[in-house]
Design a protein around this ligand. Structure first.
Ligand code: SF4
Length: 366
């Protein structure tokens, strides 16, 4: 079968490998572009959130490229994500596209359905259970290593002497991971990718500002949806830490380990029924970034995203209580790179002035 899936950051490298090694043909989703968004906007309801429109545009593109099956995810809770795949399926049918949409719900919500779909994929690909376990483990390792090199690139970029070196180093590392086929090759690609990133010429005397990136999962994870905000900030000399990585719940080696406490620390500010998406996380993560000495936080919120709107209404109180500035960027189809850049530059200027005032004050006290 010709299978495709949503484009989310660099994870397509691992998912492509998974699909191909399960015995299927992979239609690799293209990076979301203005055409992707145009297509999504044309077929989606006007007030659908931007991840919905980008995904719909991606699905229309992969159908053009020959995809017969689209693998997607379901969702639980009050946000619209749980209905995405149903709506996408309906809109694709309405547009006359002959494609099957298969959505994986969280195993804890319907374990039987999850296994049934997995078995169907395995059987139609013609691989044994043993082989499937091997393939799945290898693909998971790819995702972990992709996250490793990406995290490292965000640590190094603010120190790079020649602009763009780190991003080029990241592409090289991702290319090596893409070509790796065994657990050993993946580890070798990781070691070599990190070595090349570490060798980039750097000015370690710089003292970069530190900004945490929070918000809705899709716009946080897909650089094309957030106008490459982490690369943009890194090239402005800012160190960024992203609150979400695909593998983050299974690991402890991000710049800041935000796992565990997020819901607990958010409780004094939001202790009601679940609001869906990453709304509560955004509140808790702002607090944790403040506690970890970050200079500021950028919240990425799709326009009309209820969980992030709820979080945004609470964040000013959190920002005041913890003395941490927060910039909220609402993202929709009208958002342009230049506008994002201007707002980020102004925010970085503000953070620099605050740091100068704080340091002057500290010197006077000493
Ligand atoms: S979290 Fe927000 S953007 Fe994401 S699906 Fe829910 S409402 Fe839409």
């Amino acid at each position: 079968m010709k299978i495709s899936f949503p484009h989310m950051g660099y994870s397509y490298i691992a998912f492509k490998w998974l699909v191909e090694n399960m015995g299927h043909e992979c239609i690799v989703p293209p990076e979301p572009s203005s055409r992707t968004l145009d297509l999504g906007v044309r077929y989606a309801p006007e007030f659908a959130c931007i991840p919905f429109k980008i995904l719909l545009g991606t699905y229309l593109e992969v159908v053009e490229m020959g995809a017969e099956v689209i693998i997607s995810s379901g969702g639980m809770g009050p946000c619209r994500a749980g209905y995405y795949w149903v709506m996408h399926k309906y809109l694709l049918e309405e547009a006359g596209k002959d494609v099957k949409v298969v959505a994986f719900e969280l195993p804890r919500s319907d374990i039987m359905d999850f296994w049934k779909k997995l078995r169907w994929l395995r059987k139609t690909g013609g691989i044994s259970v043993k082989e499937f376990i091997r393939v799945f483990k290898t693909a998971w390792n790819k995702i972990m290593v992709i996250d490793d090199v990406e995290m490292r690139s965000h640590e190094i970029r603010p120190y790079e002497i020649h602009r763009g070196d780190t991003t080029r180093g990241l592409w090289t590392a991702l290319d090596m991971i893409d070509k790796a086929n065994t657990l050993q090759e993946i580890q070798e690609a990781r070691v070599e990718g990190l070595r090349q990133l570490n060798q980039i010429e750097q000015d370690r005397s710089r003292k970069p500002l530190k900004i945490g990136i929070i918000g809705e999962i899709y716009v946080v994870l897909e650089p094309a949806a957030n106008h490459y905000i982490q690369i943009m900030l890194g090239e402005m000399g800012v160190q960024t830490d992203r609150s979400i990585y695909l593998t983050s719940y299974a690991r402890k080696n991000t710049i800041v380990n935000l796992e565990g406490d997020v819901f607990e620390v958010a409780k004094p500010y939001l202790n009601e029924a679940p609001i869906g998406g990453h709304g509560v996380n955004s509140i808790g993560e702002t607090i944790l970034y403040a506690k970890h000495g970050f200079d500021g936080v950028v919240q990425l919120a799709p326009f009309a995203c209820i969980p992030e709107i709820v979080a945004k209404s609470i964040i000013p109180t959190v920002s005041k209580d913890y003395s941490i500035p927060v910039l909220t960027l609402f993202i929709d189809e009208q958002t342009g790179k230049a506008g994002v850049q201007t707002r980020l530059e102004a925010f970085v200027d503000l953070l620099e002035s605050r740091r100068e005032v704080r340091e002057r004050h500290e010197r006077l006290v000493i």
